[in-house]
Write a protein that binds this ligand. Structure first.
Ligand SMILES: *[C@@H]1O[C@H](CO)[C@@H](O)[C@H](O)[C@H]1NC(C)=O
Ligand SMILES: *[C@@H]1O[C@H](CO)[C@@H](O)[C@H](O)[C@H]1NC(C)=O
Ligand SMILES: *[C@@H]1O[C@H](CO)[C@@H](O)[C@H](O)[C@H]1NC(C)=O
Length: 276
């Protein structure tokens, strides 16, 4: 064996050993998203089989603006969140050949879309369910904007935003994102949303057909029914609620949202992404 002068056998072993080139393929653990810290790779877990969970893909070009479904996420009107929404009727651990999960939750859970039948019973009866929503409205260029803080989205606020005619898709980031309401277990009625006059202003003075908001309701608590009724009446406007808009620059994006084809449902979980 060739022995380099002055080098101890131990050092030589380190130089030629594959262990000295251990790959550092670990993904940084997101610090801002709860419920992921135990599943991302920390340096002490390199040899474990651990999935990577991401918020951003494609070298920072693709943003997942959908909230992860977790038992702890807030649920409309609930004191203690969504709760266990997955059951396992079949488990490998119990001798079954496969793992099979089953889910049970309100269709307005997490990031979701409302159909006209949500607030209008005659639209519901006529079949205006989530399967009838226009994918062209749900997919295309749009704006992510910062709504003024410390206020609900009133007519005055809408006016001040100066959204140009021709803009058809707008995602409104609000106090709700700053307050991290979607990461809190308890449903909070002090969220901001559209007031009735804000909704009316949007319908009458803009070309917006896709409205995105960052909490469980597009309408402020005090205007819950009235603002929804104004927005859904024409059946041309689609409302996406509980978007995850943290840590993304405001601006123009290609918006992509796809609901499930739930026949007869007035809402559906939806996966939304932004592409720069
Ligand atoms: C799995 O098997 C154990 C032991 O037979 C049983 O106690 C348990 O209830 C089973 N769980 C499910 C989900 O079937
Ligand atoms: C099957 O699903 C159960 C969920 O109850 C999980 O604990 C288990 O790790 C899964 N098993 C495999 C082999 O994936
Ligand atoms: C928005 O309106 C709700 C009631 O609908 C209220 O609780 C909340 O404080 C308002 N938010 C702001 C910032 O004015």
């Amino acid at each position: 064996m060739v022995r380099a002068k002055g080098m101890t056998p131990f050092l030589l072993l380190l130089l030629i050993s594959p262990f000295s080139t251990t790959t550092a393929s670990n993904t940084a653990c997101p610090t801002n998203i709860p419920d992921t810290t135990d599943t991302c790779i920390s340096s002490s877990q390199e040899n474990k089989l651990v999935p990577i969970r991401r918020e951003v893909y494609g070298d920072g070009r693709i943003f997942d603006i959908t909230h992860r479904y977790t038992a702890n996420m807030p649920s409309f009107g609930s004191e203690n969140g969504l709760g266990q929404f997955l059951q396992f009727p079949e488990k490998i651990k119990n001798g079954s050949m496969v793992n099979v999960s089953e889910m049970k939750m309100v269709t307005h859970t997490g990031t979701h879309v409302d159909a006209p039948g949500h607030f209008y019973d005659h639209y519901f009866d006529a079949g205006f369910d989530v399967d009838t929503l226009d994918l062209e409205v749900l997919n295309g260029p749009g704006l992510l904007i910062d709504a003024p803080r410390g206020t609900n989205i009133t007519a005055e606020v809408m006016k001040s935003l100066n959204i140009p005619k021709g803009v058809r898709r707008v995602l409104f980031r609000t106090d709700n994102t700053d307050r991290r309401l979607m990461f809190k277990n308890q449903f909070d009625t002090s969220f901001v949303g559209f007031t009735q006059d804000g909704a009316k202003w949007l319908v009458e003075n803009t070309d917006i057909k896709l409205i995105g908001i960052d909490y469980l309701s597009v309408a402020a608590w005090s205007d819950l029914a009235s603002a929804h009724l104004v927005l859904l009446e024409s059946r041309e406007i689609i409302i996406v609620e509980s978007l995850k808009l943290d840590d993304i620059q405001p601006g123009i994006y290609s918006i992509h949202c796809l609901p499930l084809r739930l026949l007869g449902a007035e809402a559906s979980p939806i996966r939304c992404i932004l592409i720069k």
